[in-house]
Design a binder for this molecule. Structure first.
Ligand code: AMP
Length: 375
C-alpha cells in the first residue's frame, strides 16, 4: 500500500484518553498487551532477543526504509498544491480511528531524551512505520514542562513540510503521553557532525538550504522555533534534514521574557538583553541561530563557545572569528546572519539566493525540479 494512503490514515486518527474512553474495555485490553510488549522489548530485559522478536525488528526496519523512500517521492512533488494534497487525503480517508497503544507493535529504542524515550513502532493495521515518543506525566510535572509539551504538540501537529518532522498524532494513558512521530531513519544530525568533526562546504550548504526552506515555511505560519541547533535536527533516510523539538517554539509575535536554560551558544543577542522593551523579539531570532548553525557545520564548534559568562558577553558584542579555511562565500553568509541588529540580518529568501547556497545547491534543485516535472 502506498505510503501516502497510510499517511492519510494517520491524518485522521483522533486523540484518545485510554482511561476515559467509553470503549475502554476493548481499548484497554489491547493497550495492556501493547504495554507488556513495550516493557519486554524495550527495556532489553526480556529474553535476550528471541529469534521471532529480532526478525520482527528486521521487518520493521525494512518497512521503515520502504516508507521513507516513498515519502521522499511525495515530498519531492512541490508542484502539488496544498489544496490538491488535502483533497487527495479527503478521498482516501477511512473512518476516523482513535489512537491507542495497542495499535502499535513496538520495535527497538531509538533514543532517550530528557523526558522520555523514543521507539521505532509499526501501526499494526497499515504497517505504517513511525517513531513513538513516550513521555511520563510525573516527570513532565516534576520538570514543570507540561505547558511546554502541550505547546509543542499543538504547534507541531499543524506543520507539514519535508524538512520539518511530522507529528501524526498523540494519545495518553494514566501515566504517559505518547507522540506518534515521523521516523527519521538516519537519527541525530548532531551525531553525524561529531563523527565527521565538520561538514564539507557542499554538505553544509545543502543542509542550510533545507533549513532555510523549513524556517521560511515555519515563519509563514507565524511559528518561531527559537531553539535551532544540531541536537534538534534529525536526518531522514535520504540524508534530508528534519527540524524537530518544538518545545521552545512560539506563535509570533512574542513579547515573553526568555528563560535561560540549556545551551547559550545559539542564543541571539536580543534574547540576552534585560529590560522591558528590549525583550521584544521576532522570527529574526531563528536567523541568528541559522548563522551559528552554519558556522558550527563548517568549523565543528559554535562561534561563541566559551564559559557561560564569556559566551553571553561575546554574543552581545558579536565577537567571533571565522577560520581562514572557510570560503569567502560561506564567510559572507555567516557575517550577514550573525548581525546584532535583528532587522539588518539577511532574510530567508536572500539566504536561498546567496552565492554560497547557489554554488552548492543549484544542481540538486534543478534535478529535483526535473524529476517532479516528469511525474
Ligand atoms: P528526544 O526526546 O526528542 O530528544 O529524542 C531522544 C532521541 O531519540 C533523539 O536524540 C534521537 O536519537 C531519537 N529520536 C527522537 N525522535 C526520533 C525520530 N522521530 N526518528 C528517529 N529517532 C528519533
Amino acid at each position: 500500500m502506498a505510503t501516502k494512503t497510510l499517511e492519510a490514515r494517520f491524518e485522521h486518527l483522533s486523540v484518545n484518553d485510554e482511561n476515559d474512553s467509553h470503549a475502554a474495555g476493548k481499548t484497554l485490553s489491547k493497550a495492556k498487551k501493547g504495554s507488556v510488549s513495550t516493557a519486554v522489548s524495550l527495556t532489553g530485559l526480556g529474553p535476550a532477543n528471541p529469534p521471532a522478536a529480532s526478525s520482527t525488528r528486521n521487518q520493521l526496519l525494512k518497512i521503515a526504509l520502504q516508507n521513507t523512500t516513498e515519502s521522499k517521492v511525495n515530498a519531492s512533488s512541490p508542484n502539488l498544491k496544498d489544496h490538491q494534497k488535502s483533497s487527495t487525503v479527503l478521498y482516501e480517508q477511512p473512518a476516523p480511528k482513535t489512537l491507542h497503544l495497542g495499535m502499535f507493535e513496538i520495535g527497538k529504542a531509538l533514543g532517550k531524551g530528557k523526558f522520555g524515550r523514543v521507539y521505532l513502532a509499526k501501526e499494526r493495521s497499515t504497517g505504517f512505520i513511525c517513531a513513538l515518543k513516550v513521555l511520563h506525566k510525573s516527570e513532565l510535572q516534576q520538570g514543570g514542562v507540561q505547558k511546554q509539551v502541550r505547546r509543542e504538540i499543538e504547534i507541531q501537529s499543524n506543520l507539514r513540510h519535508p524538512n520539518v518532522l511530522r507529528l501524526y498524532g498523540h494519545f495518553h494513558d494514566s501515566k504517559r503521553i505518547f507522540l506518534v512521530l515521523e521516523f527519521a531513519g538516519k537519527g541525530e544530525l548532531y551525531k553525524h557532525l561529531r563523527k565527521e568533526n565538520r561538514f564539507p562546504e557542499w554538505k553544509a550548504a545543502q543542509y542550510i538550504a533545507q533549513m532555510a526552506a523549513a524556517l521560511k515555511y515555519l515563519h509563514k505560519k507565524h511559528v518561531i522555533h527559537r531553539d535551532i541547533k544540531p541536537e534538534n535536527i534529525l536526518v531522514g533516510i535520504h540524508g534530508e534534514i528534519k527540524i524537530s523539538d518544538f518545545g521552545w517554539s512560539v506563535h509570533a509575535p512574542n513579547n515573553r521574557r526568555q528563560t535561560m536554560c540549556g545551551t547559550l551558544d545559539y542564543l541571539p543577542p536580543e534574547m540576552l538583553r534585560s529590560g522591558s522593551q528590549d525583550n521584544f523579539y521576532n522570527e529574526k531570532v531563528d536567523l541568528w541561530s541559522l548563522g551559528v548553525l552554519t558556522y558550527e557545520f563548517l568549523v565543528g564548534e559554535a562561534p561563541f563557545e566559551d564559559t557561560p559568562v564569556m559566551t553571553q558577553r561575546r554574543i552581545a558584542r558579536g565577537d567571533m572569528s571565522i577560520p581562514s579555511f572557510i570560503s569567502p562565500e560561506a564567510r559572507d553568509l555567516i557575517k550577514r546572519l550573525l548581525v546584532l541588529d535583528p532587522e539588518k540580518r539577511i532574510s530567508l529568501e536572500e539566504v536561498q539566493q546567496h552565492p554560497w547556497i547557489l554554488k552548492h545547491c543549484v544542481k540538486t534543485e534543478k534535478a529535483s525540479q526535473r524529476s517532479s516535472n516528469q511525474k
